[in-house]
Design a protein around this ligand. Structure first.
Ligand code: TA6
Length: 289
């Protein structure tokens, strides 16, 4: 189907009624719903859905640059481009084809992209919804140029939460992180679990492959499993910053938390012909507390 701006979007549905909606604008997951129809991803009521331009919500793809760590526009250009459906993707070794709820998208460097980032690439993403409602995204980025290149990457995931003050993140204990609020200085996490009472904008380095986001009020937990993505971004703008973000409502920071599986500190380097894979799987469990 088409969205309000005429851009194709794809709806995946599990046999039990969970669903995922993906837009070709940005190759971005825009919605992920449970079997009961509850939305699990946050989208701002003020999001600007018109391409080009990033959509505040769902899972924007940051590529080939994370944030402003380079000369490109913030978070790179992939999230602003119109992707294509990949009708004939190369096989994905570990894929589960038992359910048919997946879609393959592709982005190739356009002539305009090559002017600002002179590296030909093929970026394939598979979005899969499992029978039990797990959402997985598998990105494959191939260097189709004759020179090496490197990039950084993030699945900039906006989780929908009941109230940010009631949320905690586990799995980042004792890790080093780069704090964007302190000039990307390096600190070490001391606390047990991460809780929120002011703005947080960090890149946790070399985390283990599972991170969990507990939402006490809704009694549910998001489990993030990642492969090929050593870093984890945690971002909530809090009250003051939220007011400066045009496409975010003043109070909406309370209902969102970004936790991104990412590769930032050490850029991924690809030789000609090489391919990189980065995968994230998001699942929901009812909390036992
Ligand atoms: O660390 C996440 C971050 O880079 C923040 O600094 C914050 O600005 C956020 O991403 C959103 O970026 P955007 O360009 O979508 O406004």
């Amino acid at each position: 189907s088409k969205d309000e701006n005429g851009v194709t979007q794809v709806l995946l549905q599990s046999p039990r009624g969970a669903s995922v909606r993906i837009s070709l604008h940005g190759g971005q997951v825009r919605s992920w719903k449970t079997e009961r129809g509850e939305e699990l991803l946050f989208t701002s009521s003020k999001a600007n859905l018109k391409p080009p331009g990033g959509v505040r919500g769902g899972i924007p793809i940051c590529f080939p640059q994370f944030g402003k760590r380079g000369s490109l526009e913030k978070h790179g250009f992939a999230r602003n481009r119109i992707w294509m459906i990949d009708e004939n993707p190369p096989p994905l070794p570990s894929a589960d084809h038992s359910n048919k709820a997946f879609i393959d998208l592709i982005l190739k460097s356009s002539d305009d992209d090559l002017k600002i980032w002179p590296h030909s690439f093929e970026f394939r993403i598979r979005v899969n919804l499992s029978v039990d409602g797990c959402l997985s995204l598998t990105s494959r980025i191939r260097n189709v140029n004759c020179k090496p290149f490197s990039f950084s990457f993030a699945y900039h995931t906006y989780f929908s939460v009941s109230d940010i003050s009631e949320v905690r993140v586990e799995g980042l204990e004792t890790l080093d992180y780069l704090d964007s609020l302190f000039n990307k200085e390096r600190f070490t996490e001391q606390g047990d679990a991460l809780t929120f009472e002011s703005e947080v904008d960090r890149v946790y380095l070399g985390s283990r492959d599972t991170v969990a986001v507990f939402d006490h009020e809704r009694k549910r937990t998001f489990v993030i499993r990642k492969e090929g993505l050593p870093d984890v971004v945690v971002w909530n703008p809090w009250e003051k910053k939220a007011k400066t973000i045009a496409d975010l409502g003043d109070d909406e920071y309370k209902q969102m938390l970004c936790v991104d599986a990412a590769a930032i500190e050490k850029p991924i380097a690809l030789k000609p012909g090489e391919e990189w894979t980065g995968r994230v799987e998001l699942s929901l469990v009812a909390s036992i507390q």
